[in-house]
Design a binder for this molecule. Structure first.
Ligand code: FAD
Length: 512
């Protein structure tokens, strides 16, 4: 193996140590595309031209192009959906497109937010660029002209991709909107999914509420692409008691009026990327900002980047539970701070003071102001921002509350070793390798084959195949194949009859 340069600048000599290779895998070099750089081959000139290429590629890759899903009739007499996807974020769009690639076309995406307000990109993702590597993604499902790179290059010229450091957040947001239109994803915005049951005919009855009121959508399969809070909730530390007014603090996921913080004293809790992004926003808005975290030395290690290779991304899901547990617990023990660029930005702001190694011990109200105590002192504040992440808790998700007794969690199915306790991980739902839920031990499998969990809660069972861009292409393909398998197996006897009648028809044709 050739020597290669690590992120920290050190050069590794040629070596053959498998553990070292597995700990730091060299990048695969790009293949030669100099014909573009030399101007011998040209990119499409406009975004509309690119969309035309994308549509053509979808036709080139259409085989086997049969409308193969057998229809079902809803109790109200209308044609039932094949798949209802809940959530119109990148995962919902990507999954919908992947389903369409296997010709599962009778689908609908429902999304609470208005168009453009889906996911974090125009709201609580308060960073100039995505955190993930620019090569991550793959929403295009093998249609190159639908990729982010193609979309970006057609607007900024060949070479812009090579010089791009990371994907600008605003560009990703705009790309998703374009992707939705060109991939022709049917989305019903401002429509909340509120729960489901299985109707006697075997369809899933999904209760939704939209601008015209509440109604039921009948579907053969339901995909929950509900994001980072899909199986849980924003984590608020117990330090924030009932005596702290709600208007005096926000979680980093909340809407925050940063302009109103000008001239205020803002204390931020957390050592992760979101805490830092919000502290930077507050400081840029003119707040006197202080960020506190327990970590003494911030290490900009992103353990997720270790896992960006085929074997892990595609096949973690097939490991036995004890190995999944060890991988996930190891990820959890690697302390990761904000990306280096974020940290540098924070350090460059005069009105942002970093308090490393100083967690909060108490938050109180004293003389009408907030008082935050640490082991080193007491700090008064006007407003608090909590960069304290999310926790797994299915009971906090209104649309799942009717089914809590029917969903197996890891703690129902697996006992971890004493030296690797769960600390919340055991509350993750236990999923089959096709993303479906399992009943509690001894419980009947009723709706379980028809409901696919593509949210963050899937991670312990499935690896990083759901919400993050590093593995989503593997998850989308697996999800589409899983729904495809369910549909085919459910109707295999009907398909067999179709084959038998096909033979009869051919013979009849010879007779005439
Ligand atoms: C601040 C921040 C920055 C991040 N940066 C990155 C990054 O750079 N790269 C990366 O790969 N990941 C990043 N992530 C992880 C991030 O969650 C995902 O990348 C991304 O948003 C996941 O896409 P998604 O579609 O799964 O979830 P979301 O984008 O959150 O979309 C889920 C959608 O489901 C909708 N929804 C939820 N419940 C319902 C319901 N009951 N009815 C109808 N609609 C519903 C929501 O409104 C939401 O629009 C970041 C996360 C945060 C919080």
């Amino acid at each position: 193996m050739d020597k290669y340069v690590k992120d920290d600048g050190s050069v590794s000599p040629p070596h053959h140590d498998p553990v070292e290779i597995a700990g730091w895998m060299p990048d695969v070099p790009y293949v030669d595309e100099s014909a573009f750089a030399e101007g011998k081959v040209r990119l499409p000139k406009t975004i509309d031209e690119l969309a035309a290429h994308a549509r053509r590629e979808m036709n080139i890759a259409r085989y086997p192009a049969k409308q193969w899903c057998l229809p079902r009739t809803s109790p109200d007499g209308t044609k039932a959906l094949d798949v209802l996807v809940v959530g119109g974020g990148q995962a919902g769009f990507g999954v919908a497109h992947a389903l369409k690639r296997v010709h599962i076309d009778n689908i609908l995406v429902v999304e609470t937010a208005r168009r453009g307000g889906e996911g974090p990109w125009g709201t609580y993702a308060r960073m100039p660029t995505l955190r993930t590597h620019k090569d991550n993604g793959g929403l295009e499902s093998g249609i190159p002209s639908l990729s982010f790179r193609a979309w970006y290059e057609v607007q900024h010229g060949y070479g812009s991709w090579q010089s791009l450091y990371k994907v600008p957040t605003a560009a990703w947001h705009a790309y998703l909107s374009w992707f939705r239109d060109v991939a022709d994803i049917p989305v019903r915005n401002e429509t909340r999914f509120e729960g489901f049951s299985r109707d006697p005919g075997g369809l899933i009855a999904a209760r939704v509420a939209g601008p015209t009121g509440s109604y039921t959508l009948f579907t053969r399969a339901l995909v929950l692409a509900t994001g980072i809070e899909g199986n849980g909730i924003r984590n608020l530390p117990g330090l924030i008691g009932d005596d702290i007014p709600r208007a005096a603090y926000a979680h980093t996921h909340d809407d925050i009026d940063f302009a109103a913080l000008k001239g205020q004293k803002v204390l931020v809790l957390g050592g992760g990327a979101s805490a830092y992004d919000n502290a930077i926003m507050a400081a840029l808005a003119g707040a006197d900002t202080y960020i506190f975290h327990r970590m003494k030395e911030l290490v900009s290690v992103n353990p997720g980047t270790w896992g960006e290779f085929n074997g892990y991304l595609a096949h973690y899901v097939e490991l036995p539970p004890e190995e999944k547990w060890r991988f996930s617990k190891t990820f959890g023990t690697i302390k990761s701070g904000p990306p280096v660029a974020t940290l540098r930005r924070a350090q460059s702001l005069e009105n942002l003071v970093i308090h490393p190694g100083e967690g909060w011990t108490k938050v109180a109200r004293e003389d009408g102001r907030l008082a935050v105590m640490t082991a080193k002192g007491t700090y008064d504040a006007d407003f608090l921002i909590l960069g304290t992440g999310y926790r797994m808790d299915l009971s906090a998700v209104p649309s799942l509350k009717d089914h809590l007794g029917e969903i197996a969690l890891w703690r129902d199915m697996y006992t971890p070793p004493a030296d690797l306790p769960g600390n919340g991980l055991e509350l993750s739902p236990w999923l089959n390798p096709d993303f479906t839920f399992c009943p509690k031990p001894g419980g009947p499998r009723t709706w379980h084959d028809q409901v696919f969990n593509f949210s963050r809660g899937a991670q312990l069972s499935m690896g990083v195949q759901t919400i993050g861009l590093s593995g989503i292409r593997f998850g989308m393909a697996r999800l589409a194949a899983s729904v495809e398998k369910y549909f085919f197996k459910e109707d295999s006897a009907v398909y067999l009859k179709g084959l038998q009648s096909w033979q009869t028809r051919d013979l009849a044709a010879l007779d005439t």
